[in-house]
Design a protein around this ligand. Structure first.
Ligand SMILES: NC(=O)c1ccc[n+]([C@@H]2O[C@H](COP(=O)([O-])OP(=O)(O)OC[C@H]3O[C@@H](n4cnc5c(N)ncnc54)[C@H](OP(=O)(O)O)[C@@H]3O)[C@@H](O)[C@H]2O)c1
Length: 272
């Protein structure tokens, strides 16, 4: 796929997987719109991408959990005369610990970012793509979305939503020229662990952010609905073929051995 002359909007572009998406897409010639809260970090990245790759790199600093955030981002992009061909819904965070001990406001923000903002951004940008008969959406889900995740209950449910939503849209828009792909990373060393509020209950095969991005773009280009970077991580997806109790027991063991009862006062204070 030739990305030159196209525009990609990446949420959560200030670090981790999102920054790697911005870097890879700019290197392939796409203009990029970088969205996250950290305006200065985004501005520095945009300046470097412009210098290194000669692309237009715009910053839209936004808290995607704010009211009308998706519409505001959409209008700001239009105001700058840009048209988004690829929307990468990547911004997200998780919380780990016993559900009843995680501050409810934190869970609410997690759902707002991981689910609501993703749906509303897709709703904002996808109709234009459908009208043009080209473009697409790449949603960052997780292997946590393959099965319930005890001790990360809200996060796993949110990522299951992302996976289901993406696959439904893939089917709806199949043949229209609009692609929808969910990428389900296993563990990736990023700022994600710092925001969890507990030690990260990582299970699966580590991949780097650039590896995840290259795998995701290959799948997107091939029109796949889902991709899981890393063969071990892909095999974990077959866990849903086990009886539910067995899956839950295994998931509880894998997450609980790290998180267990460690939901802590720090969780309430952990930045997210
Ligand atoms: N790392 C992993 O092991 C892993 C595995 C599977 C899936 N994932 C998923 O991958 C995606 C990216 O995570 P990551 O690992 O790259 O984590 P990360 O390094 O913590 O990056 C998260 C990004 O989201 C942005 N963000 C957070 N809250 C936001 C808000 N309210 N509004 C706008 N932007 C916000 C952050 O920027 P600001 O703080 O500047 O706003 C940052 O750019 C997430 O959806 C995550 O669930 C990660």
């Amino acid at each position: 796929m030739d990305y030159r002359g196209s525009t990609a909007l990446v949420t959560g572009a200030s670090g981790g997987i999102g920054a790697a998406f911005a870097e890879e897409l700019a290197a392939r010639g796409a203009d990029v719109v970088l969205v996250a809260r950290s305006a200065e970090t985004l501005a520095a990245l945009a300046a470097r991408l412009h210098t290194d790759h000669g692309v237009r790199a715009e910053v839209v600093a936004a808290d995607l959990t704010g009211p009308d955030a998706a519409d505001t981002v959409y209008e700001e992009v239009a105001r700058r005369g840009m048209r988004v061909d690829l929307l990468v819904n990547n911004a997200g965070f998780g919380s780990a610990g016993r559900f009843g001990e995680i501050p409810v406001g934190r869970s609410r923000t997690e759902i707002t970012l991981d689910v609501t903002a993703l749906v509303e951004l897709t709703r904002a940008f996808l109709p234009d793509m459908a009208a043009r008969g080209r473009g697409g959406v790449l949603n960052v889900a997780s292997i946590a979305g393959f099965q319930p995740t005890p001790y990360m209950a809200v996060y796993g449910a949110a990522k299951a939503f992302v996976l289901s939503f993406s696959r439904a849209l893939w089917a709806e828009y199949r043949g229209s020229g609009v692609r929808v792909t969910a990428v389900c990373p296993g563990p990736v060393r990023t700022g994600f662990a710092d925001r969890l509020g507990t030690p990260p209950p990582y299970a699966g095969q580590f991949r780097s952010a650039p590896q995840v991005v290259r795998t995701a773009l290959r799948a997107y280009e091939r029109g796949r609905h889902t991709v899981t970077p890393g063969i071990v991580n892909a095999a974990l997806g077959y866990g849903r073929l086990l009886p539910v109790r067995a899956t839950l027991g295994l998931a509880r063991y894998l997450t609980g051995r790290v998180v267990g009862d460690s939901a802590s006062p720090e969780l309430a204070a952990a930045p997210h």
